[in-house]
Structure formats: structure tokens, C-alpha cells
Unconditional design. Sequence first.
Length: 456
Amino acid sequence: MLQKNSMMQRLSIKNRKFQPLLTFCIVFFLITLPFAMADTTTENSAEVEPKKSPIKIGGAMRANYVYGTYEDRTRYDSSGQPYLEDDGRGANFGDVDLELLRLNVDLDFNNVIGRMEYRWYPRYFGSSIGYSMIHTAWLGYDFKDTGTVKAGVVRVPFGPTDYGVSTSWFFDQHFYVGLADDPDVGIVWHNNTGNLTYDVGYFLSSEPQTIGNSLNSARYGYDVVKWEEKADEDGNVQWGVEENGYDEQHQFNLRAIYSFENVADIGVSAQFGLLQGTNVGNDDSGSHYALSAHMKNSAADFTLYSQFTYYAHNITDDTAWGTGDLIPMGAYEFAWPVASEGLIPALSLRYGGINTEKISWLNSVTPYIEWSTILKTVDAYNPSTLVTLGISWNIFDSLYVYSDFGLSDGNSFVGNSAGDGIREGYGSIYDGAGDVGANGNNVWNWRLNFNFGVYF
């Protein structure tokens, strides 16, 4: 448990990292408070009719069961003797934990719209220390015939849907390099013109660090971040050094999707932004961009999403981790280098034709299978593939269940085995870890994941 003074220091408005975030939260609260307190009834000669409140408060509580190829940790007692400790992520017949608590507020008053969502994750990777973050915090205006505008911490428009091609709890590999379901600080205009849907966005920066122990990775979506590690020329990692890395700045996004009736929804997405370096040699500037083609096809209750993406980060080789072919990205309280350049093909097939009308407590059942891989442009780096077979369930309207089997040779959320009972390690950015970077642990791991979420 954190000490009282430590916690107060984290929440203190004197902490400059939180000032913009706290300011926005206060402004959002002050704007929505009058609507929440407003009289929601109207009188006429016959009766008092209730009116719909412009404020909707909701939330969620989710729990997770994990079982997979997870090796125990090796620990040492006071006498220096080694012993094994449960990994806490799915070894020894599985692990059950509270995954998150979520609170959200929605505003819809005349043409003024808004949403705020805050998430708290009570544990991660076997640790009892939690972290939390702003997932969404925007205000907007619905111009009706000319679209909607949203400003604040808002989702970046990229890919065929808000979540890329994916339906599963794991997402696809686009998510792990910041190209799906990524909220940033900016403004987005969304509009429809006939069969054409398009989004234009400008983002000043990635979303701010909220409450956590990492330097800059207590966030929901993966972003380029600074970290407090470095590596020598052989890739050996030294932990707890001077902060270094990059911050995202001045990013532009464009997405257009055209619907060919009874054929397909075909779209393209483009992204370009700047990078500002810290302790990365004399050249502290960089850039990044991504181009993607995507499509949605529907036939006989089947829906197929496909996407093909090229992305690149252009940075100096004179970095604290010794190369420009990798760049630290962070989320969920952990930062690690990903491949700076790559190709990502992805497919997702789901079936929505299961009739549940005769089962009163079951609202929907949707099976799906997903595949995605990251092909790196550096020959020495192994591809990182993720395959997911799963079913999503809606029970009693408010209970949502994801039952997923994930198989991967390069994803930090799926297993940690290096084979022969050996646990993968993060002592080198080149060898040992199954990740979306160099992927030195090129071993297939699996994970059975059941996620239970109650939404209100």
C-alpha cells in the first residue's frame, strides 16, 4: 500500500504532469453539473411527463481468468537460495483477478455532446500495485448535416473501425504499435456524405500520464514514450537510468471509407506526426507515419474485416538503446521497444447469425477468428504473429463475456515461456522477450482468457 504522503503527492495539483488533465476534468465537471442538477420534468394540464436527462452516468467492473504458457519466477530468499514464485498471470491452473473498474459520464444536450471515461487497473503482471488513467475526455458539437466535432482526449481515426479489425479481448497486432483504439489529445471532425464517411484529426500530443509508477506509460493506448532504461551495443538493458526517448507531437490523421451497397466498405487511413526526443544525441527530432488500406465484407451473417498497413518511425541511431530500428512505446504501466518500421496484414472473421430468441437470458453469441502479424524491415528481427479464436457473449443485457484462446510467437500479453520450462526475460532488447520489437523469444505461446464484464 502506498504511504499517505506519497499518494497525496501523486494527486497534488502541484505535479505539473497532471495540471492539464485535472484542469480539463474540472471544466468538464463544471459544464455537466448544471445539466445533471436540472429539472427533468415538464408540466402540462394533464400530467407531469418525465424528460430524458442530458447526463448519463455509467461504468463497468471486469474480472479476468487466465491460463496459459506462463513460467514461474525465480526468487531468492535471505540466504541466497533460489525458489519459484507463481507468475500471477496464468501458471498453475490459472489465475483470477479483478481486471478493472471503470466510470464514465456522457453528455447529450441539444447539440452539445461529451464523454469522460476513467479506468483503474488494480494489478498487473503479478504485482499488487495498481495504476489508473483517463481513457476518454472530450467535449463536442453535433452540426447535424455537416458532421460532429470532438475535442479533448479523443480516439485517433485509423483503420476500418474504432478497434481496427478486431472483436476479441486481445485486439490485433495493430493495437500494440499504437494503430488501433488509441486516444490522444486533439480534435476530430467526423462526417458522412452519401456513401462516403470521413474523419479529419489533429493531435497536439499523446494523452497525458495519469497515476502510476512508470515514467510515462500509465496510459490505455500504446504511444511512443520516454522511459528510464538504456541498452549497450549488444542490447543488454540497464534499468533505472536518466529518462530518454521520444514524445509524440503535432499528428495529423485522415480516414475515408466508401460503402458500396451489398458489396463492401472500402477505406484508407493516413497518419503523420512529429517526434521530440530527450537524451537521444544531437538530433532530437523525428517523425512517424502510417498508411493503411482496409475493407469490410458481409455475406450470409458473416463479416470479414481485412487491413494492410505500413508504418515507420524515423529517428536517429544515436539513442540510449543503441539503435533507430527500435523505439520505446508504452501502455498499461510498461514501456518496451517496438520495431520502428513494419508491415501489418490483419484479418478478422465473425459470425452473427446465431439465434438466441428462445433463450431468455442470452442476448447474443458471436464467434470469431482473427489473425495478424508484424513483418519487420530488419532481417534479423522475427515476425510477431497473433491468432485469436473466441466467442463474445451478451447475457442479461449487462453482462459481457469474452472467451478467447490466443496463440502468439510475439506478443507480451500471450505467455512468457522461452521453451523447456525457461521463462522469457527482459534483460536484452534483442534476445529473450517475445514482443513486437526484435522478438528474440521466437517461441509460440498460448493463453486461454475469460473476461467477465458487468456494465451499467
